[in-house]
Design a protein. Structure first.
Length: 367
């Protein structure tokens, strides 16, 4: 009797929490997700967690990936012959990854999901909805907050209605293309050049362009429609680009403010991920008053949008001290140059500890 008691206790101590890390996806931020996932998998404390990597190809196929983690970021992971089709079922009875091989299936039980996904179908409420139905806890914001924060038009509408300063903007629908000249004329007359054009549902500055003239505005809108059926046009804000990390749920806290030192005119996709010459300043060299305002606004926006877990909230700071909220990222990057983990490191929270806290929070929230 004593022997069996000891064996059970030892097994219980040794059992690890099973974390499914989802990566890839069909969005235009697929490649960024691969880099984030690689860093997350490598940094998750191995003594406490067992990682189950599940990749989603650019065509939307789900595959359990048992291979070398270093091959994920290169994009070569899905050519591994040991990859097995895998899905998460919405039926809460299973609560695991269903692996399918030669007409048979097996279920790998999981305790929690870490969606290392960026962009459409990853941080827009879709994957969160599936996980809610499956009954599996997951890291990050819920369905509604994810969807609302992903859609820049919805974010503008909600936050402005709640007193948050944001850039003046106008919304253009794909159905408006037949009268684009008239719409662009009206927008330019109201907001004036230069203008920034963005797909309403996109991240990593994909599809974002600056327009200094009528023709550039039309071209930018058309280009943005390649990424979404809704496009927002914003006034140009001359100011410093600042970011703040928020962590928590019931009582969230905000990090110090970090500043983006872009190597381009603005912090676009090229400046973020290709040129490699942009820099970060942590903490940002700004006044205590500005820092306090940004951190307070970040927390207010986080709560107003119903966020939980984590978000990176981006701002502009104008020369006159005005703080303008730019956008909320509910699944911020975890690449080597990403601001969110670096802001947390500045608080003394290492990346392994941060991931442990995020996973623990997800499990606690599900109880």
């Amino acid at each position: 009797m004593y022997f069996f008691l000891i064996t059970f206790t030892e097994e219980h101590k040794m059992s690890k929490i099973k974390v499914a890390v989802l990566f890839g996806g069909v969005s235009n931020e697929h490649d960024i997700s691969l880099i984030s996932a690689t860093n997350i998998i490598n940094a998750i404390p191995a003594d406490k967690y067992e990682v189950i990597p599940v990749g989603i190809t650019k065509k939307g196929r789900w595959l359990f990936y048992p291979g070398d983690v270093s091959l994920i970021a290169s994009g070569k992971w899905d050519s591994n012959p040991d990859c097995v089709p895998a899905v998460i079922l919405p039926d809460p009875m299973y609560k695991g990854i269903v692996k399918i091989l030669d007409g048979t299936y097996s279920i790998a039980k999981i305790d929690v999901v870490f969606p290392a996904l960026h962009g459409q179908h990853g941080e827009d409420g879709n994957i969160q909805g599936l996980l809610e139905m499956s009954g599996i806890p997951y890291v990050g914001c819920g369905c509604l907050a994810s969807a609302d924060c992903m859609d820049k038009a919805v974010t503008h509408t909600i936050l402005e209605a709640n007193g948050v300063n944001m850039a003046r903007w106008r919304l253009v629908h794909e159905s408006d293309l037949n009268k684009l000249d008239e719409i662009c004329d009206n927008i330019a007359a109201e907001l004036d050049y230069p203008l920034f054009v963005k797909p309403a549902n996109s991240g990593s500055s994909v599809g974002v362009n600056k327009a200094d003239s009528f023709e550039e505005l039309k071209d930018a809108v058309k280009l943005a429609f390649a990424h979404d059926k809704k496009v927002i046009v914003e006034e140009y804000i001359k100011g410093r680009e600042l970011e703040c990390a928020v962590f928590g749920s019931t009582n969230p806290f905000a990090s110090e403010v970090g500043e983006i030192i872009s190597c381009n005119e603005f912090y676009d996709y090229e400046a973020k991920y290709i040129l490699g010459t942009s820099g970060l300043s942590i903490p940002a060299k700004i006044s205590d008053e500005a820092s306090k305002k940004i951190r307070e606004t970040a927390l207010y926006a986080f709560k107003t949008m119903g966020c939980r877990g984590l978000s990176r909230i981006d701002f502009f700071l104008k020369d006159d001290g005005t703080v303008i909220l730019n956008e909320i990222n509910t699944l911020p990057g975890f690449t080597p140059i990403s601001m969110y983990p670096k802001l947390m490191e500045n608080l003394g929270i290492s990346q392994p500890e941060l991931l442990d806290r995020l996973i623990s929070l997800a499990l606690d929230e599900a109880e």
